[in-house]
Design a protein around this ligand. Structure first.
Ligand SMILES: [Zn+2]
Ligand SMILES: [Zn+2]
Length: 400
């Protein structure tokens, strides 16, 4: 007799620490300041604000700076306290924050793009500021002189950018759904390769330089883990979100991936398990289980006087099967399917309850998310949304 499975209620969830009513408009980027009870935010309302926690437990602005245009993105380097802000006008402005985070001093400003800056990334090791814009260009500037070092035309505007310091590779995720890998030199960039796997635009990228794994999130609701270090071209799909993925953070010491979607969903994926790639879908003119013809197979339909059926595919084995032979659904966590998908009857019988054990936990932030940031030393997560609110979460109950 099969053992009865009682799903254990999810008791370990992120703890909401603070809610900051952060601006008059969407907070496009915000970061937690490490070792400090502070947050830096940039907003569509043109403000750059530094929030510090006061005695009453509330966050109050210690810096409130109005920029000439809406602030679209930002990069903060805690070691140098350098803040790079990208604007709607294509300009990048840099500031140095004082040690006590009560003052912000302008450093450099330059016209990096002809349109809205979509991502800005400061790389301390290279003294480079990488940026992408809606003008479909990717540029890198010297952070000391503000001089442009190089640029590269992208096929579409970019929403995800990561950089590997060791090999000087830039990962550029764009609106067309592809990820371009560029090798950057001091004054030139060359195309290495392109990854195509999403059916929607790439909305977020996250690079783990230790495992050498790239994660891409998309408006098609999926995440793909591109195993570059493995050298075998493995790409694993993670299916768990019901809306577009908006942010990804990898936690190296626990080997967990945190992903957030626009419907407020937060998923913590255990990446310490070996997942399998999803199979290629097989082509057949008849069901690969019961051999009934599919509807375009007129010859067999005529010969055997049978009705043509619609083709489906089993997500586990990839076989082309009819609806009757694939009537059951199952999660397949080890293939990245955390929600139920179509499987053929024989695969359904082969999946055990143990196989169905989830490899991710699901949480609700209760606000639509446009941006996330994870601070690993305390295990805090920041989410910001179109509701103009920043939420700070203690993730240690689920990230450990
Ligand atoms: Zn069939
Ligand atoms: Zn199957």
């Amino acid at each position: 007799m099969a053992a009865e499975i009682h799903p254990t209620p999810q008791t370990r969830t992120p703890i909401l620490l603070s809610k900051i009513e952060a601006s008059q408009d969407v907070v496009n980027t915000a970061v937690i300041i490490p070792k400090e009870d502070g947050v830096i935010s940039v907003s569509e309302d043109r403000t750059v604000r530094v929030w510090l926690k006061r005695d009453g437990g509330q966050y109050w602005p210690s810096v409130y700076h109005t920029m000439p245009a809406p602030c679209s993105c930002m990069s903060f380097n805690p070691e140098t306290r350098r803040l790079s802000v990208g604007m709607d006008t294509g300009e990048v402005s840099e500031f140095i924050l004082s040690e006590d985070y009560n003052k912000m001093t302008p450093a450099l400003s330059y016209q990096a793009h002809q349109g809205r800056v979509t991502v800005v990334l400061f790389v301390l090791e290279m003294e480079w500021v990488l940026s992408t814009g809606q003008d479909k260009s990717f540029t890198w500037h010297c952070s000391e002189s503000g001089q442009q070092l190089g640029s590269y035309r992208t096929t579409s505007w970019v929403s995800g950018l990561q950089f590997d310091v060791e090999t000087r590779h830039a990962f550029v995720g764009d609106h067309s759904g592809q990820v371009t890998i560029l090798k950057l030199e001091q004054d030139s960039g060359s195309l290495v390769t392109t990854f195509k796997g999403h059916t929607g635009s790439v909305t977020a990228l996250c690079w783990d330089p230790v495992q050498r794994v790239l994660f891409s999130g998309s408006s098609d609701h999926s995440i793909i883990m591109w195993d570059i270090g493995g050298g075998k071209g493995t790409a694993i799909e993670l299916q768990g979100h019901n809306e577009k993925v908006q942010g990804l953070c990898y936690v190296p010491h626990t080997r967990q991936l945190i992903s957030c979607s626009s419907d407020g969903g937060i998923i913590v994926w255990n990446m310490d398990v070996t997942r399998q790639e999803t199979p290629e879908w097989l082509d057949s003119d008849s069901c690969q289980r019961c051999e009934q013809p599919f509807f375009w197979n007129f010859k067999q339909m005529w010969d055997s006087k049978r009705i043509g059926l619609r083709q489906h595919h089993c997500r586990k084995c990839g076989q082309a099967v009819c609806g009757k032979c694939s009537s059951k659904r199952s999660t397949i966590p080890l293939m990245g399917f955390e929600f139920e998908v179509r499987v053929c009857d024989s695969c359904h019988d082969s999946i055990t309850d143990e196989d169905r054990a989830p490899t991710a936990t699901f949480h609700d932030s209760k606000h639509s998310i446009v941006h996330v940031h994870f601070e690993p030393t305390r295990g805090w997560l920041l989410t910001s949304g179109p509701d103009k609110v920043i939420k700070l979460w203690d993730m240690t109950p689920v990230v450990s």
